[in-house]
Design a protein around this ligand. Structure first.
Ligand code: PHE
Length: 339
């Protein structure tokens, strides 16, 4: 029996050393020390031994049992640390590796310029109001003093939805909305899209953006209009910018003007951008016509007002020296990514 125990000791030691993982190590433990294990069977069979042999064999068997348990737990430790080491190796993170770049979007140049303009006018005490792009012919034309035979009302110039409803051709109807049912002082800007039946080319698009401005109060004069727009132009294009008012005609302002700014590329000397003029046309403006005030329930004997409408695409093109408006609407990321 002693020999049997000795054999068990040797083969168990060999199998423990050969166990490649914790599962096979557990199988070895069950094989020798489990309820039906080889060493357990020996201890159970001790009843057949003589009383002299029993304590000797029993002590030996227990020593071997203890040895096998120790070997198993030592092997188990080394298997665990080996598997931890390999897990660490596999999951190794190289913090010096360059990060994968995520392309960031950005605001469209039209939105950027619109935001800058809002900032400037809000800083001057203006409120921002919005009007609908689908507008009544009354607000877009009649209330703005445009007579029935005004050329801009023609079907070849305006997108009509019905005879009375249309896509607004200008942001000026927001003036009417701002004045109706309200008494001065009024100081608003209104940016947004406008629509005209124009063929697409380098300087035209059937949809473009304007920023309308309106101030109604007592004693508003042409001087206020000039000062305000000069301030805006300097904030927008730089301190050296000059403005020029040229007489013009709009049905809803009297007097009316088209306003140019000095070319910010050549400073007024004349260059390719301004086509040798030294000036760049950006907006229409004027003093609000008394008929418009009266039509909105504001007494033109007491109040006067100024209004202006800035073409936002114009400002963007002049600011960034873009020679073709189509670039702004083609959504080519190679172009838009530059701003
Ligand atoms: N609404 C005019 C246009 O679209 C511009 C304008 C606005 C002119 C306000 C005068 C006052 O051409």
């Amino acid at each position: 029996m002693k020999q049997q125990i000795n054999k068990i000791e040797i083969s168990a030691a060999a199998e423990i050393a050969a166990a490649a993982d914790t599962q096979s190590l557990e199988a070895v433990r069950i094989k020798y020390l489990g309820k039906k294990g080889a060493l357990t069977a020996i201890l159970r069979g001790m009843g057949s031994l003589t009383p002299e042999e029993r304590p000797v064999i029993g002590a030996y068997a227990n020593t071997v049992r203890g040895k096998i348990e120790e070997e198993i737990s030592a092997r188990s430790e080394s298997l665990k640390s080996a598997s931890l080491a390999s897990a660490l190796e596999n999951e190794k993170l190289d913090v010096t590796m360059p990060a994968r770049k995520k392309p960031l979007g950005r605001l469209h140049p039209i939105t950027q310029v619109e935001n800058r303009m809002k900032e400037i006018f809000v800083g001057l005490g203006f409120d921002i109001v919005e009007g609908p792009e689908i507008e009544s012919a009354y607000n877009n034309f009649d209330a703005l003093n445009a007579p029935a035979d005004h050329p801009s009302r023609d079907r070849s110039d305006t997108f009509y939805i019905t005879d009375d409803i249309l896509l607004r051709t200008q942001t000026s109807p927001v003036q009417i909305r701002a004045m109706q049912g309200k008494q001065p002082p009024i100081r608003i800007i209104s940016p947004g899209r406008v629509y005209r039946c124009d063929e697409v080319d380098a300087t035209h698009s059937p949809m473009f953006h304007q920023l309308e401005g309106l101030v109604i109060d007592k004693n508003i004069t042409l001087g206020d209009l000039k000062g305000l727009l000069e301030l805006w132009a300097k904030a927008m294009f730089g301190e050296d910018t000059k403005t020029r008012f040229r007489p013009h005609n709009f049905p809803f302002t009297e007097p009316s003007a088209e306003v140019d700014v000095s070319c910010f590329v050549c400073g007024g000397k004349g260059c390719r951008l301004c086509k040798g003029e030294g000036w760049i046309e950006l907006l229409g403006a004027g003093l609000v016509h008394p008929n418009v005030l009266a039509g909105c329930g504001i007494d033109p004997q007491i109040y006067s007002g100024l209004a202006f409408g800035i073409g936002i695409e114009r400002v963007v093109m002049r600011k960034y020296n873009i020679d073709d408006m189509r670039h702004l609407f083609e959504n080519d990321i190679r172009f838009l990514g530059q701003f």
